[in-house]
Design a protein around this ligand. Sequence first.
Ligand code: FRU
Length: 472
Amino acid sequence: MQAYDKKQLDAKIASSMPVDHPWHNDFHLEMPFGLINDPNGLSFHEGKYHIFMQWNPFGVEHKHKCWSHVETTDFLHYSLPVLALWPTDEHDANGCYSGCGFTEDGELKVLYTCNRREGKTRIPAQRIGTWNGAEIEKGAILIEKEPAGYGSHFRDPARYVKDGREYLLLGGQTADERGRALLYERHGEDAVFLGELRDFGYMWECPNMFSLAGREILLFSPQGLEAEERRYQNLYQSGYVVGELDENTCTYTHGAFEEIDFGFDFYAPQVFQREGRTILYGWMGMPERECEYPTAEYGWMHNLTMPRELTLKDGHIYSRPVREMEALRTGEMRKVEGKIEEVALYKKSEIHLKIPLNEQEKICVKLNYGKEQWCLHYDVQAHIMEIDRNAMELGGRGVRRFALRAEECLCIDAYIDKTAVELFFQDGYCAASFNVFPRSDEVQRLTVTAEHELAEGAAVVFELGGFQWSGK
Ligand code: FRU
């Protein structure tokens, strides 16, 4: 087994922070080296938000899965990341996979998937752990293996409590490879299998069940959906259904599956709730697309999204960065009232655009880094938004299209970090996350064009600073 030396890895992190490569993000969580993927163990405990994430400390491959940890009280000031959980015994020898976090008996507990392989056979177990302020102490195995009739892709436990009963939901598939979420009821160190939630795809990863505005939402990452003209354009998707779950009969009545983000780089989101807020983090990356991230050459890969607050309206989830992100503004800003044609940006910007549609048929918004650029093309008649990354030289390219209904104005809120871009359309009706790896350090410019003269709109651009890091 790979040797995991927490002391040495924590010291290496501390000496690499703050990171200063032009491609390292300043207000998106990431690690100074290695590869990260899913957000894990999201929780609020004793006055602090805890954010763990999947991390390979040794390289930019999907191997050696550990959890790293940061904590914050305000989503702006963070403790230095540390190694929190790593393979130590026969159960998790092949990786500490994703899981959830929650407070129980005054302690911060996690539940994660132990990945173990014997030859070609996987033996996934679900284990409890306790955060002791420095690392996760491993506890009992709660579920030893998948239930009979299911495949061994069985992982990513999520916990939710309803009517005083405690449930776990796991990602999985049937023996003949159809995607499922498997429901358990937990009684202390035991868990009883109740049944499955089913729909489509060949494997479901990272299920989350939570209530929002009185409805029960299943958010998950299905694999195996065919790309369509206006949706499912990534290799794997993340999205949700809204419904009602009867745990006693294991029947989930729900509406259609909708994607929660339409960008190129978004997967495996996790949600947690605190004081009436539902907050989501996603992984800005895509499995099996590592060649699209040129930071590999410098020894790190991927970042998380900003924390987003979710709200439900008319059966649809809106998402927006949590209000705490406003404190990233440095005080510098530019405002254009009237015709928006070109706006100079900051190195890191928050942009709010309102573009009147009037008689327009097509609107184009471009963001230039020197000669390189990405653009948004909005087809007003067909109600289609397209994101085009083809004019970037490095990293992933291509286009993504999705349905977007703008009535009088096209409203775009954009957050531009060094490589991470998060877009929110029509007050968060749709979100799109992606990374770009500009070669140029020139001042970024935003231009808005259309066939007919643009009517008066508004643009506000704030300069953004970055997260603050400190020891504990
Ligand atoms: C999703 C996922 C999870 C798994 C983890 C391993 O990206 O494949 O299903 O637990 O990543 O890193």
